[in-house]
Write a protein that binds this ligand. Structure first.
Ligand SMILES: C[S@@+](CC[C@H](N)C(=O)[O-])C[C@H]1O[C@@H](n2cnc3c(N)ncnc32)[C@H](O)[C@@H]1O
Length: 319
Protein backbone atom coordinates (compact mmCIF):
# COMPACT_ATOMS: atom_id res chain seq x y z
CA UNK A 1 0.00 0.00 0.00
CA UNK A 2 1.39 3.42 -0.96
CA UNK A 3 2.08 5.69 1.99
CA UNK A 4 1.14 9.30 1.33
CA UNK A 5 4.06 11.60 2.09
CA UNK A 6 3.03 15.10 3.03
CA UNK A 7 5.06 17.96 1.57
CA UNK A 8 5.62 20.32 4.46
CA UNK A 9 6.11 24.06 3.94
CA UNK A 10 9.74 24.94 3.38
CA UNK A 11 11.51 27.11 5.91
CA UNK A 12 13.04 30.51 5.08
CA UNK A 13 10.32 30.98 2.47
CA UNK A 14 7.23 33.17 2.14
CA UNK A 15 4.28 31.03 1.06
CA UNK A 16 1.40 32.53 -0.88
CA UNK A 17 -2.03 31.54 0.47
CA UNK A 18 -4.42 31.72 3.38
CA UNK A 19 -3.06 31.15 6.88
CA UNK A 20 -5.97 28.94 7.97
CA UNK A 21 -5.27 26.57 5.06
CA UNK A 22 -1.49 26.60 4.71
CA UNK A 23 -0.80 26.28 8.44
CA UNK A 24 -2.00 22.66 8.11
CA UNK A 25 1.01 21.99 5.86
CA UNK A 26 3.56 22.93 8.50
CA UNK A 27 5.43 19.99 10.03
CA UNK A 28 3.96 19.12 13.46
CA UNK A 29 5.94 20.38 16.47
CA UNK A 30 8.44 22.22 14.25
CA UNK A 31 7.82 25.82 15.37
CA UNK A 32 9.54 27.38 18.42
CA UNK A 33 7.77 30.72 18.23
CA UNK A 34 4.89 32.11 16.22
CA UNK A 35 4.60 35.89 16.13
CA UNK A 36 1.96 37.75 14.16
CA UNK A 37 -0.41 40.59 13.82
CA UNK A 38 -3.64 39.51 12.13
CA UNK A 39 -6.10 41.66 10.21
CA UNK A 40 -7.90 43.72 12.89
CA UNK A 41 -11.29 43.90 11.13
CA UNK A 42 -11.10 47.64 10.72
CA UNK A 43 -11.96 47.94 7.04
CA UNK A 44 -8.50 47.52 5.44
CA UNK A 45 -8.36 46.53 1.78
CA UNK A 46 -6.99 43.06 2.58
CA UNK A 47 -9.90 42.16 4.88
CA UNK A 48 -12.79 43.57 2.90
CA UNK A 49 -14.21 40.12 2.07
CA UNK A 50 -14.49 39.20 5.78
CA UNK A 51 -17.61 39.48 7.92
CA UNK A 52 -17.15 39.78 11.67
CA UNK A 53 -18.10 36.09 11.95
CA UNK A 54 -15.77 34.86 9.16
CA UNK A 55 -12.93 36.93 10.64
CA UNK A 56 -13.44 35.34 14.06
CA UNK A 57 -13.68 31.85 12.50
CA UNK A 58 -10.43 32.40 10.59
CA UNK A 59 -8.58 33.51 13.76
CA UNK A 60 -9.99 30.56 15.66
CA UNK A 61 -8.77 28.06 13.05
CA UNK A 62 -5.30 29.62 12.92
CA UNK A 63 -4.93 29.71 16.71
CA UNK A 64 -6.32 26.17 17.13
CA UNK A 65 -3.79 24.75 14.67
CA UNK A 66 -0.92 26.26 16.63
CA UNK A 67 -1.23 23.47 19.15
CA UNK A 68 -0.13 21.04 16.41
CA UNK A 69 2.70 23.08 14.90
CA UNK A 70 4.28 24.49 18.08
CA UNK A 71 6.97 22.52 19.86
CA UNK A 72 6.14 21.71 23.50
CA UNK A 73 7.24 24.74 25.52
CA UNK A 74 6.85 26.99 22.43
CA UNK A 75 5.17 30.40 22.35
CA UNK A 76 2.50 32.09 20.27
CA UNK A 77 2.62 35.89 20.48
CA UNK A 78 -0.31 37.82 19.00
CA UNK A 79 -0.10 41.58 18.49
CA UNK A 80 -3.53 43.16 18.22
CA UNK A 81 -5.34 46.44 18.87
CA UNK A 82 -7.68 44.92 21.43
CA UNK A 83 -10.70 47.18 21.01
CA UNK A 84 -13.13 46.95 18.10
CA UNK A 85 -15.60 49.76 17.50
CA UNK A 86 -19.00 49.06 15.97
CA UNK A 87 -21.86 51.36 15.10
CA UNK A 88 -24.68 50.38 17.39
CA UNK A 89 -28.23 51.71 16.90
CA UNK A 90 -29.25 50.55 20.35
CA UNK A 91 -26.59 52.24 22.45
CA UNK A 92 -27.83 55.43 24.14
CA UNK A 93 -26.51 58.64 22.59
CA UNK A 94 -23.43 59.83 24.41
CA UNK A 95 -24.06 63.36 25.52
CA UNK A 96 -21.48 65.99 26.24
CA UNK A 97 -21.74 69.55 27.48
CA UNK A 98 -18.54 71.14 26.29
CA UNK A 99 -18.32 74.34 28.30
CA UNK A 100 -15.41 75.82 26.33
CA UNK A 101 -17.19 75.50 23.00
CA UNK A 102 -20.43 77.32 23.87
CA UNK A 103 -20.83 80.28 21.53
CA UNK A 104 -24.24 81.46 22.79
CA UNK A 105 -24.57 83.10 26.20
CA UNK A 106 -27.80 81.19 26.87
CA UNK A 107 -27.19 78.72 29.70
CA UNK A 108 -28.96 75.52 30.68
CA UNK A 109 -30.37 77.30 33.74
CA UNK A 110 -31.88 80.06 31.52
CA UNK A 111 -33.56 77.42 29.32
CA UNK A 112 -34.93 75.56 32.35
CA UNK A 113 -36.26 78.81 33.82
CA UNK A 114 -38.01 79.67 30.52
CA UNK A 115 -39.48 76.16 30.32
CA UNK A 116 -40.92 76.54 33.79
CA UNK A 117 -42.42 79.90 32.93
CA UNK A 118 -43.86 78.66 29.58
CA UNK A 119 -44.37 74.90 29.97
CA UNK A 120 -46.35 74.70 26.70
CA UNK A 121 -43.46 76.15 24.57
CA UNK A 122 -41.65 73.84 22.18
CA UNK A 123 -37.93 74.35 21.54
CA UNK A 124 -38.53 76.76 18.62
CA UNK A 125 -40.66 79.01 20.81
CA UNK A 126 -38.09 78.80 23.60
CA UNK A 127 -35.41 79.77 21.08
CA UNK A 128 -37.46 82.82 19.96
CA UNK A 129 -38.03 83.82 23.54
CA UNK A 130 -34.33 83.52 24.51
CA UNK A 131 -32.97 84.88 21.21
CA UNK A 132 -30.91 81.85 20.26
CA UNK A 133 -31.13 78.95 17.85
CA UNK A 134 -33.26 75.86 18.30
CA UNK A 135 -30.00 73.78 18.33
CA UNK A 136 -28.75 75.80 21.32
CA UNK A 137 -31.94 74.91 23.23
CA UNK A 138 -31.48 71.24 22.29
CA UNK A 139 -27.79 71.20 23.25
CA UNK A 140 -28.41 72.92 26.59
CA UNK A 141 -31.12 70.41 27.44
CA UNK A 142 -29.66 67.23 25.98
CA UNK A 143 -25.94 67.85 25.47
CA UNK A 144 -24.09 67.20 22.20
CA UNK A 145 -23.93 63.80 20.61
CA UNK A 146 -20.18 63.56 20.68
CA UNK A 147 -19.68 61.61 17.49
CA UNK A 148 -21.05 62.49 14.09
CA UNK A 149 -24.00 64.67 15.04
CA UNK A 150 -27.24 63.86 16.75
CA UNK A 151 -28.63 61.56 14.05
CA UNK A 152 -25.52 59.36 13.76
CA UNK A 153 -25.44 55.98 15.57
CA UNK A 154 -23.10 55.68 18.49
CA UNK A 155 -19.98 53.57 18.53
CA UNK A 156 -19.85 50.59 20.83
CA UNK A 157 -16.45 49.48 22.10
CA UNK A 158 -15.86 45.77 22.31
CA UNK A 159 -12.77 43.93 23.61
CA UNK A 160 -11.48 40.97 21.58
CA UNK A 161 -8.68 39.68 23.87
CA UNK A 162 -11.23 37.48 25.64
CA UNK A 163 -12.13 35.44 22.60
CA UNK A 164 -8.48 35.08 21.54
CA UNK A 165 -7.83 33.69 25.01
CA UNK A 166 -10.72 31.23 24.70
CA UNK A 167 -9.52 30.04 21.24
CA UNK A 168 -6.11 29.37 22.80
CA UNK A 169 -7.56 27.61 25.79
CA UNK A 170 -9.86 25.32 23.77
CA UNK A 171 -6.85 23.86 21.91
CA UNK A 172 -4.52 23.55 24.92
CA UNK A 173 -2.56 26.84 24.74
CA UNK A 174 -2.44 28.89 27.92
CA UNK A 175 -2.26 32.65 28.23
CA UNK A 176 1.21 33.08 29.73
CA UNK A 177 1.69 36.83 29.74
CA UNK A 178 0.59 40.14 28.29
CA UNK A 179 2.62 43.16 27.26
CA UNK A 180 1.55 46.57 26.08
CA UNK A 181 3.14 48.25 23.08
CA UNK A 182 2.83 52.02 23.54
CA UNK A 183 2.96 53.75 20.16
CA UNK A 184 2.85 57.46 19.46
CA UNK A 185 -0.58 59.01 20.10
CA UNK A 186 -3.04 59.00 17.19
CA UNK A 187 -3.96 62.67 17.20
CA UNK A 188 -6.15 62.11 14.15
CA UNK A 189 -8.76 61.22 16.76
CA UNK A 190 -8.74 64.75 18.12
CA UNK A 191 -12.47 65.47 17.50
CA UNK A 192 -13.33 62.32 19.40
CA UNK A 193 -11.18 63.34 22.36
CA UNK A 194 -11.76 67.11 22.44
CA UNK A 195 -15.51 66.71 22.83
CA UNK A 196 -15.42 63.73 25.19
CA UNK A 197 -13.44 62.32 28.09
CA UNK A 198 -12.07 59.49 25.91
CA UNK A 199 -8.36 58.79 25.55
CA UNK A 200 -6.42 58.88 22.28
CA UNK A 201 -5.67 55.55 20.69
CA UNK A 202 -2.01 54.95 21.49
CA UNK A 203 -1.30 51.36 22.45
CA UNK A 204 -1.75 47.79 21.32
CA UNK A 205 -1.54 44.48 23.16
CA UNK A 206 0.75 41.50 22.87
CA UNK A 207 -0.91 38.31 24.08
CA UNK A 208 1.60 35.56 24.81
CA UNK A 209 0.38 31.95 24.78
CA UNK A 210 2.40 28.95 25.84
CA UNK A 211 2.15 25.32 24.80
CA UNK A 212 2.86 23.18 27.86
CA UNK A 213 6.41 21.83 27.82
CA UNK A 214 9.77 22.84 29.21
CA UNK A 215 11.13 26.28 28.48
CA UNK A 216 14.83 27.00 28.53
CA UNK A 217 15.44 30.22 30.43
CA UNK A 218 18.73 31.65 29.22
CA UNK A 219 19.33 35.02 30.89
CA UNK A 220 22.24 35.64 28.51
CA UNK A 221 20.04 35.83 25.42
CA UNK A 222 19.75 39.59 25.97
CA UNK A 223 22.11 41.75 28.01
CA UNK A 224 21.41 43.03 31.58
CA UNK A 225 20.56 46.56 30.35
CA UNK A 226 18.06 45.12 27.88
CA UNK A 227 16.43 43.03 30.64
CA UNK A 228 15.98 46.25 32.62
CA UNK A 229 14.86 48.40 29.71
CA UNK A 230 12.33 46.01 28.16
CA UNK A 231 12.95 42.29 28.76
CA UNK A 232 11.22 42.31 32.14
CA UNK A 233 8.94 45.28 31.44
CA UNK A 234 5.22 44.99 30.71
CA UNK A 235 5.17 48.24 28.75
CA UNK A 236 7.23 48.70 25.59
CA UNK A 237 7.59 52.19 24.12
CA UNK A 238 8.19 51.85 20.38
CA UNK A 239 7.14 54.42 17.77
CA UNK A 240 4.82 53.06 15.11
CA UNK A 241 5.97 52.83 11.49
CA UNK A 242 5.92 56.34 10.02
CA UNK A 243 5.70 55.62 6.31
CA UNK A 244 3.26 52.85 5.54
CA UNK A 245 3.64 53.55 1.82
CA UNK A 246 4.29 49.96 0.71
CA UNK A 247 2.01 48.13 3.19
CA UNK A 248 -1.13 49.31 5.00
CA UNK A 249 -0.31 48.02 8.48
CA UNK A 250 3.32 47.17 9.25
CA UNK A 251 4.55 46.75 12.78
CA UNK A 252 7.98 48.17 13.66
CA UNK A 253 11.09 46.01 13.25
CA UNK A 254 12.02 46.80 16.87
CA UNK A 255 8.79 45.14 18.07
CA UNK A 256 9.46 41.97 16.05
CA UNK A 257 13.12 41.91 17.15
CA UNK A 258 12.23 42.10 20.85
CA UNK A 259 9.68 39.29 20.54
CA UNK A 260 12.04 37.11 18.50
CA UNK A 261 14.98 37.66 20.83
CA UNK A 262 12.97 37.09 24.01
CA UNK A 263 10.78 34.13 23.09
CA UNK A 264 13.13 32.13 20.85
CA UNK A 265 16.80 31.17 20.65
CA UNK A 266 19.41 31.24 17.86
CA UNK A 267 18.75 28.53 15.30
CA UNK A 268 15.02 28.30 16.18
CA UNK A 269 12.20 28.47 13.64
CA UNK A 270 9.68 31.31 13.84
CA UNK A 271 6.31 31.36 12.07
CA UNK A 272 4.39 34.43 10.88
CA UNK A 273 1.17 33.37 9.09
CA UNK A 274 0.21 37.04 8.38
CA UNK A 275 3.62 38.06 7.09
CA UNK A 276 2.67 41.30 5.29
CA UNK A 277 5.82 43.17 4.29
CA UNK A 278 8.18 40.61 5.89
CA UNK A 279 9.06 42.37 9.18
CA UNK A 280 9.14 39.17 11.26
CA UNK A 281 11.38 37.48 8.65
CA UNK A 282 13.82 40.42 8.74
CA UNK A 283 13.96 40.21 12.56
CA UNK A 284 14.71 36.48 12.19
CA UNK A 285 17.49 37.01 9.65
CA UNK A 286 19.10 39.69 11.83
CA UNK A 287 18.94 37.44 14.89
CA UNK A 288 19.99 34.10 13.37
CA UNK A 289 16.56 32.42 13.41
CA UNK A 290 14.83 30.61 10.55
CA UNK A 291 11.33 31.62 9.52
CA UNK A 292 8.20 30.42 7.75
CA UNK A 293 5.94 33.12 6.32
CA UNK A 294 2.39 32.90 4.97
CA UNK A 295 0.60 35.80 3.25
CA UNK A 296 -2.58 35.83 1.20
CA UNK A 297 -1.99 38.96 -0.94
CA UNK A 298 0.31 38.34 -3.92
CA UNK A 299 1.59 41.94 -3.83
CA UNK A 300 2.68 41.55 -0.19
CA UNK A 301 4.31 38.18 -0.90
CA UNK A 302 6.45 39.96 -3.55
CA UNK A 303 7.14 42.85 -1.17
CA UNK A 304 8.21 40.53 1.67
CA UNK A 305 10.46 38.53 -0.68
CA UNK A 306 12.01 41.77 -1.96
CA UNK A 307 12.63 43.03 1.60
CA UNK A 308 14.16 39.70 2.60
CA UNK A 309 16.46 39.69 -0.45
CA UNK A 310 17.61 43.22 0.40
CA UNK A 311 18.31 42.20 4.00
CA UNK A 312 20.27 39.13 2.93
CA UNK A 313 22.36 41.14 0.43
CA UNK A 314 23.11 43.67 3.15
CA UNK A 315 24.22 40.86 5.47
CA UNK A 316 26.52 39.43 2.77
CA UNK A 317 28.04 42.91 2.23
CA UNK A 318 28.76 43.26 5.94
CA UNK A 319 30.71 39.99 6.03
C1 LIG B 1 -1.63 43.55 10.12
S1 LIG B 1 -0.96 42.97 8.64
C2 LIG B 1 0.58 42.28 9.12
C3 LIG B 1 1.74 43.21 8.78
C4 LIG B 1 3.11 42.63 9.10
N1 LIG B 1 3.25 42.33 10.51
C5 LIG B 1 4.18 43.63 8.67
O1 LIG B 1 4.92 44.14 9.54
O2 LIG B 1 4.25 43.94 7.48
C6 LIG B 1 -1.91 41.55 8.29
C7 LIG B 1 -1.52 40.84 7.01
O3 LIG B 1 -2.25 39.62 6.94
C8 LIG B 1 -2.63 39.38 5.60
N2 LIG B 1 -3.83 38.50 5.69
C9 LIG B 1 -5.10 38.82 5.96
N3 LIG B 1 -5.86 37.71 6.03
C10 LIG B 1 -5.05 36.66 5.81
C11 LIG B 1 -5.23 35.25 5.78
N4 LIG B 1 -6.41 34.70 5.97
N5 LIG B 1 -4.13 34.48 5.54
C12 LIG B 1 -2.90 35.03 5.32
N6 LIG B 1 -2.68 36.35 5.32
C13 LIG B 1 -3.73 37.16 5.57
C14 LIG B 1 -2.91 40.76 5.03
O4 LIG B 1 -2.81 40.77 3.62
C15 LIG B 1 -1.83 41.59 5.72
O5 LIG B 1 -0.67 41.67 4.93
Amino acid sequence: MAIEVMDFLEINTIHHGRAEILIKQIAPESIDLSFWSPPYFVGKEYEKEETYQSWQAMLRQVINHHFTVLKPGGFLVINVGDIRCFKDEKIPKFQAMNLCMQKSKVTKEMVLEAKEKFPEFNRYQLADYLGCSEQTIDRRLNGNNIRGGKYESQTRMHLIGGFLQSYGQECGLYLYDRRIWVKDPAWANCKWTSNSLKSVDEYEDLYIFWKPGQQIIDRKKINPDEWKAWGSRAVWFIRSVRSNDDHEAKFPLELASRVVRLYSAQGNTVLDPFMGSGTTAIACIQNQRSFIGIEKEAKYVSLARENINKEESQLRLNF
